[in-house]
Design a protein. Structure first.
Lengths: 689, 211
């Protein structure tokens, strides 16, 4: 018996994985390697990689993140992905000739998926099947349902009507030698409403080759229906696998529980560790090279070269296209951060009420019933958002939370007082995880030199400590504030309800640098790094540990929260302003986060926290673009005063700091002219208006 | 050193990637020159039988492989590679095989609902006895892509079977220094990588003992 398959589909656009809606809106999830490695950990049945790029060139090189991938085309991505794919791998997108197929097979694809070329020239299916074998040829069919119930096949990425009926077209390509059909519903793409079972049924009844159903999955329970009611041989989805922790094993378990005999769930591949295996010898070489370049002033960005990409700015806010964040722009030049902010603003009170009920259901599900543990963990830094979270969970929902704080030893005075007061103000138990200051100093120095960010310890500590404490106490739910990238750059949609995941933590918070990267450096041992070790997949799976973002369920506006917390509970704002932003209520827990950490973002990408905050305030309707531009011009480049503390803390000199920092300047942003660093500026460009 | 045969119609990279993942330090494309000194030969492959034999012939590998097998060198055939080890095949006309394994390659018969040829997908496999590839009763689930299957003259050579259309079909063989799997071990996740790892361990123990 052949076991039904559960297949993750990854959409590649210019080298990164995107989430898609109605075949139109694309949001950047992240780099393909971290996702594929995660899927390999989980022994997935098969993988489909679809390239939807407009052109074949991309440049994703960044000096401040750990990535082995250095390629510039979709086939380069495929070649890299194939190295960690020990399951059948299908590759599709922009295949026009038999030569294209041969190239993809030799790069590591086991099958290719073809769509437009088959519609334009059905004989191509026959030629491909004859040359490469039927098992190698998957025909992808994108179908749309018309109001009268009729279905029609669309070509050109869902844009061009073909007049063909999906069932007839499926039969035709099967006769021509296709080995499989990948059936996608255009209307259901990204909708989370479940498969179009009628469409699947029509095609599975008509064609005598395996059908992979795709499009519309929004809950794990939807998969089983595709097989049991739709008659599909395999069920696939893209978006949902990006939203939740252990999404693949959880989805599979749910499908098996509903009676579908899939291969059993397996966590933790014996052959692939979740924590990356670094080539430490090569990494030592990279670091030595950086130190040499810093010493001699040999900066990448200062070298003469051909400029291949130029910075663009969002036409609504002021966000740049070359940035530290996973950002995508729509065809009108509007960034996804603005687009998602519009969606957020359009959420009406009734929908917020619905979201609150969803939250209530989750909280009820995980609430402690026998008094053996706290109900939930709340990850708190002691800031305005932490107070708001605790206010909602403790005082609105009446739960007994355990507050968990990571202490990175960089407190501002009001930040420290706000954190310490929480257990008194809210009457909650509070665990503060306080790693050794000696280890912290080492991590500050190392991470600055390795990735141009001294706050690796903080970003990874904050995303790890609450989860560790939750796992140790068998508390299955961790409450986070808002999803940072959903808010800043519209990485997800408001109906995705993305949750915390190891992949997100490793790729976006840790920049690909896991705790084991530091072992052996400055004498750091594995035990010294315990604070930064995330619970294992098995531990997460066993207690079904989830981390939800409150911002997806309750209205979230930082300025409003601050006001409410000051009035209701006496939250203390800072009376001193930061050097690099006009906001006074953000990041009080870590003086370097708005300071020297953020200054490094400016050194690398040419913008800083002021740009971030201006964008948020423009989107919230609190600031004009002109005023924002003025602030950005004033503050983005400022070298902050907390640098002095950091240099004393780590025992380093400012000259050393500047030299190392300059090695991280992104050559796509910076150039050297007349002995000074130069870059394009928004206020001098056509995008300023 | 492990010599991996490149039939030019197979995806050699998949096998190389898998061997690297399970820690095979040295594997190189097989040539007439290196097969005689190899610790083991791996014969992967997808595609048509006749093309596979023609490629072996063109590369002058048929005799070196036969000689190596007589000398006791372990050989692992994967998918088409395992079929090529048989005496002959009836795929699109009759073809002579390497003749290492007495047996024929025949077309799968799908005469029950739910089965079709080619058989493509993940199928459960049951070991028939303990050996190198299957050290205990645990079989596993492996990725198959095939229209033909091997019928060994001596059933004792069969190491594992799968059920297809109500019949038991041999999908792994093991006899002396001859090993073969019908499924794509390199594309069968942990279970498949474990098979490759066991074969390599067997090769390592053997060449260690000879050294």
């Amino acid at each position: 018996m052949i076991r039904p398959r559960l297949i993750p589909v990854l959409l590649l656009k210019h080298g990164v994985i995107v989430r898609s809606q109605l075949f139109k809106v694309h949001q950047v999830i992240g780099n393909p390697m971290s996702t594929v490695e995660r899927l390999s950990d989980w022994n997935v049945d098969e993988l489909v990689l679809l390239d939807i790029s407009a052109d074949d060139y991309h440049d994703l090189r960044r000096d401040d993140i750990q990535q082995r991938y250095q390629g510039t085309s979709a086939v380069d991505v495929l070649r890299e992905v194939a190295k960690v794919c020990f399951m059948p791998l299908t590759f599709g997108g922009r295949i026009r000739s038999l030569g294209d197929i041969a190239e993809r097979i030799s790069a590591g694809a086991d099958k290719v998926s073809i769509n437009s070329v088959a519609l334009a020239d059905p004989a191509f299916v026959e030629q491909a099947s004859r040359r490469f074998g039927a098992q190698c040829v998957v025909v992808s069919i994108d179908a749309k349902r018309h109001p009268d119930g009729r279905y029609e096949v669309y070509g050109g990425d869902g844009k061009i009507a073909t007049g063909r009926d999906p069932a007839e077209w499926a039969c035709r390509v099967a006769q021509l030698g296709a080995g499989e059909i990948l059936l996608n519903s255009i209307d259901r793409d990204g909708s989370a409403q479940g498969y179009d079972l009628e469409l699947i049924n029509r095609v599975t009844r008509a064609a005598d080759i395996p059908v992979i159903a795709c499009g519309g999955v929004g809950a794990y329970e939807h998969f089983a229906a595709g097989i049991i009611h739709g008659g599909a041989n395999a069920v696939a989805a893209a978006n949902i696998f990006h939203f939740y922790e252990l999404s693949y094993p959880m989805a599979k378990q749910a499908t098996i529980d509903l009676g579908v005999p899939m291969r059993p769930v397996r966590l933790d591949s014996l052959w692939q560790r979740r924590e990356p295996d670094y080539d430490l010898g090569a990494e030592d070489g990279r670091l030595a090279d950086r130190r040499a370049r810093a010493e001699t002033g040999n900066y990448m960005a200062a070298r003469a070269r051909v400029q291949k990409s130029a910075i663009r700015w969002c036409t609504c806010c002021v966000y740049p296209s070359i940035s530290a964040a996973p950002m995508e722009f729509d065809p009108n030049g509007v960034c996804m951060g603005c687009r998602m902010a519009e969606v957020k603003t359009a959420i009406n009170p009734a929908d917020w009420a619905r979201r609150k009920e969803l939250l209530r259901a989750i909280l009820e599900k995980y609430r402690c019933r026998d008094g053996s543990r706290h109900d939930v963990v709340i990850a708190v830094s002691g800031g305005k958002d932490s107070w708001f979270q605790t206010h909602v969970i403790k005082n609105e929902f009446g739960l007994n939370p355990l507050l968990v704080t990571y202490d990175g030893n960089n407190w501002t005075e009001p930040g420290w007082r706000n954190m310490v007061r929480m257990r008194e103000v809210f009457g909650c138990d509070h665990v503060v995880v306080r790693p050794s200051v000696d280890v912290l100093k080492k991590l500050n120095r190392l991470a600055f030199e390795i990735m141009g960010d001294m706050n690796w310890h903080a970003h990874v500590g904050i995303t790890t400590a609450p989860v560790r404490v939750a796992a140790q106490n068998r508390i299955p739910l961790v409450i986070w504030g808002e999803h940072g990238y959903l808010d800043l750059c519209g990485q997800f949609s408001m109906d995705d309800f993305p949750e915390m995941s190891y992949r997100d933590r490793l790729e976006h918070f840790a920049r690909g640098y896991e705790w084991n990267y530091f072992v052996g450096r400055e004498g750091l041992t594995s035990t010294a790094m315990v604070t930064w070790k995330y619970p294992s997949d098995q531990e997460l799976f066993d207690i079904d540990l989830r981390g939800i973002y409150l911002g997806n369920y309750v209205y979230w506006e930082a300025n409003d929260h601050t006001r409410l917390m000051v009035e209701k509970y006496g939250f203390e704002t800072s009376d001193i302003s930061f050097d690099r932003t006009y906001r006074r209520m953000s990041n009080l827990d870590d003086m370097h986060e708005n300071g020297v950490h953020d200054y490094l973002k400016y050194i690398k990408f040419g913008y800083g926290r002021c740009t971030d905050h201006v964008c948020k305030d423009i989107r919230a309707g609190l600031m004009s673009r002109e005023r924002g531009l003025e602030l950005v011009r004033q503050m983005d480049h400022v070298k902050p005063g907390d640098l002095k503390r950091w240099l004393e803390y780590t025992g380093k000199t400012e000259e050393w700091f500047d030299r190392v920092a300059d090695t991280f300047r992104d050559p796509r942003v910076w150039r050297m002219a007349d002995g000074a660093w130069q870059k394009d500026e928004l206020w001098k460009s056509g995008d300023a208006k | 050193m492990i010599a991996v045969v490149d039939l030019k119609i197979s995806n050699l990279a998949s096998v190389s990637n898998a061997l690297r993942q399970v820690g095979a330090s040295e594997h190189v494309p097989a040539t007439r020159a290196n097969v005689p000194g190899a610790d083991a030969v791996i014969l992967p492959g997808v595609g048509a039988y006749g093309d596979g034999m023609a490629s072996l012939r063109e590369q002058g590998l048929i005799e070196p492989i036969r000689v190596a097998v007589r000398g006791g060198t372990p050989v692992l055939g994967i998918c088409l590679g395992m079929q090529l080890m048989a005496s002959c095949s009836s795929e699109f006309g009759d073809h002579e095989g390497l003749g290492l394994l007495p047996g024929r390659v025949e077309r799968l018969v799908a005469d029950r609902p739910g089965y079709r040829v080619p058989n493509i997908g993940w199928c459960d496999v049951s070991p028939t006895r303990k050996g190198v590839l299957f050290p205990d009763a645990a079989g596993g689930c492996y990725y198959h892509v095939h229209s033909f299957h091997l019928v060994a003259d001596d059933p004792a050579m069969v190491a594992a079977t799968t059920e297809f259309s109500g019949r038991s079909v041999a999908v792994a063989i093991e006899s002396g220094n001859l090993f073969g799997v019908q499924f794509h071990a390199e594309k069968s996740q942990d279970d498949g990588l474990a098979i490759l790892s066991r074969f390599l361990r067997h090769v390592g123990a053997r060449s260690g003992a000879n050294a």
